[in-house]
Design a binder for this molecule. Sequence first.
Ligand SMILES: [Ca+2]
Ligand SMILES: [Ca+2]
Length: 141
Amino acid sequence: MIKWILVILLATAMFFGCGKESPAEPENEPPEIVDTHVYLIFNIPADKVLCEVSDPDGLGDISSVSFIMANPGYNDLIYDLYDDGTHGDITSGDGTYTYEWVEGVDIRWVGDGEVNGVGATYQFRVRDSANHEVYTDAVEY
Ligand SMILES: [Ca+2]
Ligand SMILES: [Ca+2]
């Protein structure tokens, strides 16, 4: 008798367990870069970059927002921006990501410095949880 009760309980649990499965995960849409601001004159501690992003799946779907500086012949410098009220971010969780260089932070190019005719550039990159990547156009500076 107890065995049968256990079997019925198990079957019931499986039935309701299966019923909870969602039919199909909705497609994850790529994020979008809404607006950017660059205050970059390498006059630390004044330098700051801002990037406003959105995502159809919500701001919680954003996995990273980065500022990428490329200089031919050197490694890329990649700075992660923050939306948590740190690193110069004014308002936490509003979709505007910020990075502020502070005194003591080293900005150093590493490489052979061979120039191929292209100047140094910067651009922003946003990634979401589905590994969508969206870039702004590279801007020469
Ligand atoms: Ca998304
Ligand atoms: Ca913010």
